[in-house]
Design a protein. Structure first.
Length: 110
């Protein structure tokens, strides 16, 4: 019974955390003037700020080393809550995600 409840909560958290868009949105603006301008203009709207913008790499690596099992570095960089909880429950994805996170932090892809 407890495992079913825990699994249900985990699935609910995962569904809530991945339900938002984190990609640039393209907006098409159509002009209807007599001046010869292209029929439509496409403008790419970038997000105001990335969730981890301005985060220090040294602090991230120290959190990865000392609090890696509790997903300290993932909380610091603002990763989704559901994935952080899954990271904790699986002990860093059986240490595989843990190492992948370090490589991604060093490469700047985290």
């Amino acid at each position: 019974m407890k495992s079913k409840l825990l699994f249900s909560i985990l699935i609910t958290l995962l569904m809530c955390s991945v339900s938002y868009a984190s990609f640039p949105v393209k907006r098409t603006i159509e002009t209807t003037s007599n001046v010869e301008v292209s029929d439509s203009t496409t403008e790419v709207i970038q997000p105001l700020a990335a969730p981890y913008a301005g985060k220090d790499l040294t602090v991230g690596i120290l959190l990865w080393f000392f609090l890696g099992g509790l997903a300290g570095h993932r909380w610091y960089y603002g990763k989704p809550v559901g994935w952080n909880i899954l990271f904790i429950l699986t002990a860093g994805g059986f240490l595989i995600w843990w190492v992948i996170d370090l490589v991604n932090m060093i490469n700047g892809d985290f």
